[in-house]
Structures are given as C-alpha cells and as structure tokens.
Design a protein around this ligand. Structure first.
Ligand SMILES: Cc1cc2nc3c(=O)[nH]c(=O)nc-3n(C[C@H](O)[C@H](O)[C@H](O)COP(=O)(O)O)c2cc1C
Length: 198
C-alpha cells in the first residue's frame, strides 16, 4: 500500500474479531517500527509484544473491574489479538546527552529537558508501528494506560528504569466499533492547522 493510503486509512479501532496476531510477525513488525528516529541515536525505546493468549491477563492488569463490567468497549477490546507495550528509558537520554559531543546542550539532567525526547521517540516508534500494522491489513488502537502503568510494567517484568508510554492493542476490526466521543469535537481542519510563518 502507498504510504499516503496507509496514513489516510489508519483509524483507532476499538472492537476486534478475536483473530490472534502471530507473535513472531508482531516481533518483526516491532523491530521495523524501531527504524523510527531517536534523539542523538539514544535508542532508548523498547517494544514488548504480548501474545494473544496473554491479552486477557494484560487487560486485567491494565483496567479496573468497574470499567470491564460497564464500558461498552470492554468486550471488543478484549478480542484484540495482541498488544505491544511501548516504553522508554530516560536514563539512556541523560547518558547520551552527557557524552562529549552533546554535553554542551545542557541536557544531562532530567529536569533540564524542555521537551523530553524519550517521549518524542516513543511516539515516533508508536506511529511507525500503527502504520506498519495498518499496512499489513490489521488494525490497532493506542491506550494511554497512565493509571495502571506501574502495575503493567511490573506484570510484564519490565525494569524500573523504563517508563510506559502507551499500549497498542492490535487485531482485526469486526465492524462493531463505537466511534470515540473525541471525534465529535469540533477541531480546526488539518489544512487550517498548517500555517505559514509570515
Ligand atoms: C498519545 C495518545 C494517547 C491516546 N490514548 C487513548 C486512550 O487512552 N484511549 C483511547 O481510546 N484512545 C486513545 N487515543 C486515540 C485518540 O483518541 C484518537 O487518535 C483520536 O480521537 C483521533 O482518532 P483517529 O486516530 O481514529 O483518527 C490516544 C491517541 C494518542 C495519540
């Protein structure tokens, strides 16, 4: 598929048909997504694949019982065929920017970063993953997962120096998605959000 078509087709999908994602393929897809750029070549992003047989366990950790019982989306999301956890390692960035060729940027302390590039890099890899998934004929949705981040990291056995950026739930759309209320918001068109510097 052409890049433009993949970009245009990708939409968050929150109801899947329970087709399992092949985890070997998913791992390769994650490795491809990590072609995304990283600041100073810090390479501080990690992607963890969760196979289909562990999706329900993941959801038990990543959500609370009330949400699982009441959300109209719970059932459709529970039919995801795989999940990818996107993490970043801020320490890799602090170490990289303390190296001789970068130290003058003054970014060797976490508090000094006006834009934390570990989040930027995690977002770049995530977008690459969303596009690769779409290109392969699958669909996905990204979840912030903030409230349960510590539990998710612990469940996945991820080291304490990594931060969860998001989870990406992947599967085949079953056409029963309830569109997000976010999409009803009136926002400036994409063209209006492109400005020229006078
Ligand atoms: C950083 C980020 C976090 C998001 N977190 C969530 C989330 O926690 N739950 C959710 O349902 N959608 C989440 N979304 C999806 C957005 O709601 C969605 O991208 C937006 O409404 C536009 O819809 P579209 O991607 O289908 O064009 C997130 C998107 C981004 C970029």
């Amino acid at each position: 598929m052409e890049l433009r078509d993949v970009l245009a087709r990708r939409r968050m999908t929150r109801s899947f048909d329970a087709t399992p994602v092949d985890q070997d393929w998913l791992d390769e897809c994650c490795a491809e997504a990590l072609r995304a750029p990283t600041a100073g070549h810090s390479a501080g992003v990690r992607l963890y694949s969760v196979g289909a047989t562990h999706v329900s366990e993941y959801l038990r950790v990543a959500t609370d019982a009330t949400w699982r019982e009441t959300s109209p989306r719970a059932a459709g999301l529970a039919r995801a065929g795989g999940v990818v956890l996107v993490t970043s390692r801020p320490g890799d960035y602090l170490a990289r920017y303390a190296e001789a060729d970068k130290v003058r940027a003054g970014l060797d302390e976490r508090e000094s970063w006006p834009v934390p590039y570990w989040h930027a890099d995690a977002a770049m890899a995530t977008m690459a993953l969303l596009l690769l998934v779409e290109d392969a004929g699958w669909q996905s949705t990204i979840w912030g997962s903030f409230r349960h981040a510590t539990d998710i990291l612990r469940w996945a056995g991820i080291a304490a120096d990594e931060e969860l950026f998001a989870s990406v739930l992947i599967g085949r759309a079953d056409g029963r998605d309830t569109p997000s209320r976010s999409l009803q918001r009136h926002v400036p068109s994409r063209r209006e959000r492109v400005r020229r510097v006078p």
